[in-house]
Design a protein around this ligand. Structure first.
Ligand code: RFL
Ligand code: PHB
Length: 396
């Protein structure tokens, strides 16, 4: 059965961080858009994912006027910690970068802020939109169709923003011969746990341990987020809370591990690790942004932040197009976004290699890791490199 047929300027596929940040940016610039999301709001908002926001992302929320809770509840971290076999040392990011910091504020909170403001600001979101399909993306009059409430809908537009994540439909709508993809799949995953308990430290601890990587993070002064590296054949059922806490404490070492509060976990999940980039991030009038175009392993905390920098650049391209009528800004988007993406890919890949245990690792490889960590510990120059990447490179 046929449902609605209408027109907008920009059709946005996916209401994750990339799609919703873009929608708010476009609304602020008086560009019409409609967001088409496969799932419902509770699902998107409920996913426990990123926790660390770079200054670029914090500034974006402020520019959108959506940073009230972020300022009240976000935890500003001016430093982060590395550990090697239980020996913890601090990287003073603010001192090394001329005052930059990151803010711990969960992706769930970011999504809540973006969704809460959508209605009042006229950002239209079609939730539960199934079987989205992209049509005529190589032409200046593309359109999107989907199924909702048993009806077929059609949205004509000037531009499609593919913000539908790694498993979305946008990237795969592009003819394979028009794209180059670059990928590294890591032979391990992260088992993550959320617990209602004070964190073991007031800052994050990234720990390299003989038995594998561990990360101590948080969501608030009373809520901890912890991860341990695990092999990909493991299941959640293999990790009852007691086993998780034992392993985490071992890997964090006596001092930090001794401060872990073992309370019942209320979220536990395993995520695979991958580095992935698509070039270019554009085909005709379809523009990819966020995880739809690239994936980083979570070690550098870059995924959500890259989604934010992509959509800042994409919104600039779109608004320039409507101001000038010229495609020139569209032509620059992909190169501009990829320049920042590749630097974040490099950092996340490097940081993963420095801190994780690889199955085929030799004694020599492990000594290389411990030597590099010892070098970073003793070198202001090495710490500066780490710090400026961690807080986020500037938008160019
Ligand atoms: P998302 O978040 O995947 O959102 C895509 C949205 O598109 C919808 N969708 C569709 N809608 C319509 N039709 C279709 N055919 C569709 N297919 C998909 C989906 O339902 C979804 O709502 O991508 P986006 O917006 O690009 O955002 C990316 C971020 O979510 C991601 O990069 C981060 O979560 C990564 N990440 C981290 N990033 C950070 O910056 N800092 C961190 O500390 C951090 N930690 C993490 C992370 C990701 C993790 N996992 C689980 C992958 C920690 C973990 C464990
Ligand atoms: C998190 O708190 O979920 C988190 C923090 C830092 C990372 C990855 C995830 O590098």
């Amino acid at each position: 059965m046929s449902g609605s047929r209408r027109r907008t300027q920009v059709a946005i596929i996916g209401a994750g961080p990339a799609g919703m940040l873009l929608a708010h940016l476009l609304r602020q610039a008086d560009v019409d858009c409609v967001v088409i999301e496969r799932r419902d709001r509770d699902y998107v908002e409920g996913r426990v994912r990123a926790g660390v926001l770079e200054q670029v992302t914090v500034d974006l929320m402020a520019r959108l006027g959506l940073d009230r809770r972020l300022r009240e509840e976000g935890l500003v971290h001016t430093g982060t910690n590395l550990a090697c076999d239980g020996e913890v040392f601090r990287i003073d990011m603010a001192a090394l970068t001329g005052g930059s910091a990151v803010v711990v504020y969960g992706q769930q909170e970011v999504m809540r802020d973006l969704f809460d403001a959508a209605g009042p600001r006229g950002v239209e979101i079609m939730f539960d939109a199934h079987d989205a399909a992209l049509h005529d993306i190589g032409s200046p009059q593309p359109y999107v169709t989907w199924r909702q409430d048993g009806l077929e809908h059609r949205l004509d537009c000037d531009v499609i923003a593919g913000c539908d994540g790694f498993h979305g439909v946008s990237r795969t709508s592009i003819p394979a011969e028009a794209l180059a993809t670059f990928e590294r799949v890591y032979p391990f995953g992260w088992l993550g746990v959320l617990a209602e308990a004070p964190p073991c430290d007031h800052e994050l601890i990234y720990s390299n341990h003989e038995r594998g990587f561990a990360l101590a993070s948080m969501r608030s002064p009373t809520r901890s987020r912890y991860y341990i590296q695990c092999s990909l054949d493991q299941r959640i059922e293999d990790w009852p809370d007691d086993r998780f806490w034992d392993e985490l404490c071992l890997r964090l070492g006596r001092s930090a591990g001794g401060r872990v509060t073992r309370s019942p976990s209320f979220e536990k999940s395993i995520a695979p690790l991958r580095s992935f980039v698509t070039e270019p991030m554009r085909y005709g009038r379809l523009f990819l942004a966020g995880d739809a175009a690239h994936i980083v392993p979570p070690t550098g905390a870059k995924g959500l932040n890259l989604a934010a920098s992509d959509v800042i650049m994409l919104s600039e391209a779109v608004t320039e197009y409507y101001r000038t009528g010229s495609d020139a800004a569209f032509d620059r988007y992909s190169d501009r976004a990829l320049a920042r993406v590749w630097k974040a890919e490099r950092f996340s890949w490097w940081f993963t290699g420095l801190t994780h245990r690889f199955p085929d690792m030799t004694g020599f490889d492990r000594r290389m890791q411990t030597a590099e960590l010892a070098y970073i510990r003793g070198s202001r120059a090495a710490q500066t490199v780490m710090a400026e990447n961690y807080v986020g490179l500037p938008l160019e």
